[in-house]
Ligand binder design. Structure first.
Ligand SMILES: [Zn+2]
Length: 287
């Protein structure tokens, strides 16, 4: 075999090795989560709430899932395709615009655990969620104010409210209020709480601060409590809301108040999915 033929024979093998190395490098850098940051994505689910939390160790939590299968678009964009597991799902309250999408999530992902307040509702959306959770034998924890979940190192989710499971006349005010803390950064998830429950957060947790607040009840004026905002001192407000919704959310009073308080507003109906990333010291908004 002359040297030219030899080179010709070796060439395909060398090319394959080089391609293999290149592919592994792309795989590693593109698909393997390598950072130490925590990411929160407020998904554009139309009129409703659904937020995804990606922890530094790769674990994933979901807070509500919007009204329908639209949540899956956001999950598909933010969860690596090879990961079909969501470690923990929190349900703020059983209204359809928060629970409706969970049936689709449970059909597409293996869910490790569900945490809800234990206050149910006699609606089709809530009943199908409960049936699937039972059918799949998923641990369903009923948690009230004071419970805390250490999900990844340095990251914690605390349930602030409600403190009881005795349902009052207004279920919005029984929303599970979650405080996600990672290093110096806090995010507050508020479900559809109204003024009464916002007042309770302010009076029962006077030391709590949060840079990012998911504005309660899609920006309804009945949820506006100025003391709550003065105390929590948010920099960013996220309004999870559908375009041209029939409730008139968000209300002008809420937008004016946030604007004059210097709180920067992000809306899912205008910006789509809204993302924040933090290393525990600094917060970066990527919108
Ligand atoms: Zn709602």
């Amino acid at each position: 075999m002359n040297p030219e033929d030899k080179a010709r024979n070796v060439f395909p093998f060398v090319s394959l090795v080089v391609l293999g190395i290149a592919f592994s490098m792309i795989w590693f850098y593109v698909f393997v989560p390598s950072d130490k940051n925590l990411k929160v994505v407020f998904c554009d689910v139309g009129q409703g709430d659904g937020a995804l939390i990606k922890f530094p160790d790769g674990k994933i939590a979901l807070v509500d899932a919007g009204p329908n299968r639209k949540i899956l678009e956001c999950l598909g964009k933010n969860i690596p395709f090879y990961r079909k597991k969501i470690d923990i799902v929190f349900l703020s309250h059983p209204d359809a615009d928060h629970v409706g999408g969970l049936s689709y999530v449970l059909a597409s992902y293996q869910v490790g655990r569900v945490v809800e307040s234990g206050i149910g509702r006699d609606t089709q959306a809530y009943k199908s969620f409960v049936d699937i959770v039972k059918g799949q034998k998923i641990t369903d924890t009923k948690a009230i104010g004071g419970a805390a979940f250490d999900i990844a190192s340095g990251a914690k989710i605390q349930i602030l409210l409600p403190r009881s499971t005795v349902a009052g006349p207004n279920l919005n005010n029984m929303s599970e209020i979650l405080l996600l803390g990672f290093g110096k950064e806090n995010f507050l998830f508020t479900g559809d709480m109204e003024k009464e429950e916002a007042g309770q957060v302010a009076s029962l947790y006077p030391d709590v601060r949060a840079d990012v607040i998911k504005i309660p009840h899609h920006g309804s004026k009945y949820s506006l409590d100025e003391k709550f905002y003065r105390q929590l001192q948010p920099k960013y407000a996220v309004i999870s809301v559908g375009a041209k919704n029939r409730y008139g959310h968000p209300h002008a009073e809420v937008l004016n108040f946030l604007g004059k308080s210097g709180i920067r507003i992000f809306r899912t109906d205008k910006s789509g999915d809204i993302s924040f990333e933090t290393d525990g010291q600094m917060l970066r908004e990527e919108n």
